[in-house]
Design a protein. Structure first.
Length: 272
């Protein structure tokens, strides 16, 4: 079975994602010049459970220039508004869920040209949005001998959650690529973590510094690997891990969080 999208495009019919829950902005907090935390809240968050670190939620925003939020319909392949236009949906790591106060924190990278970035930077209390999810996360293997975590700025929220979940006795090596030194954030304490911040390569492609860092890191047998970032960069990392080093795919999770297309077309794992 297929479903028609805009201009008659055909695609496979997929199961409907979790329904959208209407929320509003409660407050925002600047975490760094490169990241803002948006706290969303509302009664429809009742029952939302995110029990895996590094999970994802869809964030639905009003279309540019419109204050009204319209909940789109799932057509078997994608979400569409009543006029057939694609809504503004971005995907993020839910950094914190508060089931008592019915709040959800999203940490959003600020960058030029991004729709979600511009929204987060100017969002005021009461602004409407909606949330769908959660999507799959990553459960650290408690028996792993060590962990290697890597990512760019978009992966900082997930890496933070993983550091909170990895056993305190287990060594962890972390590599993070940042566009600006001001993007550094305090990560959760872990007694056996080694963190390296890598400036982005001037004039290079997004992820060049992260790729070089992962390629230059020795990986002992039994190490579990989690890496996320720009899609083309993580493709190069997959090739290094699986083809050049022969690491088992069951040993590593490598996810494309966004594509370098001039917009913030997804800054977290695709939700199922």
């Amino acid at each position: 079975m297929t479903a028609s999208g805009p201009a008659g495009r055909q695609g496979p019919v997929r199961r409907p994602p979790p329904p959208f829950r209407r929320v509003t902005v409660r407050r925002t907090e600047s975490l760094s010049p490169r990241m803002v935390r948006v706290t969303l809240g509302g009664s429809e968050l009742d029952g939302l459970v995110v029990d895996e670190p590094g999970a994802s939620v869809r964030l639905l925003l009003p279309s540019p220039g419109k204050g009204e939020l319209i909940i789109p319909e799932w057509n078997g392949n994608e979400f569409l508004l009543p006029d057939g236009i694609r809504p503004v949906i971005r995907i993020f790591t839910p950094r914190r869920v508060d089931p008592v106060n019915l709040e959800l924190d999203l940490d959003i990278v600020l960058h030029e040209g991004g729709i979600a970035s511009a929204w987060a930077e100017s969002a005021t209390a009461g602004a409407p949005a909606a949330i769908s999810g959660p999507g799959r996360g990553y459960v650290p293997d408690e028996e792993a001998e060590s962990f290697l975590l890597g990512g760019d700025e978009s992966a900082i929220p997930a890496i933070s959650q993983l550091l909170e979940a990895i056993p305190q006795r287990t060594p962890v090596v972390v590599h993070i690529e940042i566009v600006d030194p001001d993007a550094r954030l305090a990560l959760p304490d872990h007694p056996k973590v080694s963190v390296s911040w890598h400036p982005a390569v001037t004039g290079g492609r997004p992820g060049d510094a992260l790729v070089a860092a992962i390629e230059g890191t020795g990986i002992a047998p039994g190490t579990r690997i989690w890496v996320a970032g720009e899609a083309a960069a993580v493709h190069r990392i997959r090739r290094n891990l699986f083809e050049q080093r022969g690491i088992s795919r069951s040993q590593a999770t490598v996810r494309g969080y966004w594509k370098h297309t001039g917009d913030d077309a997804g800054l977290a794992p695709p939700a199922p």
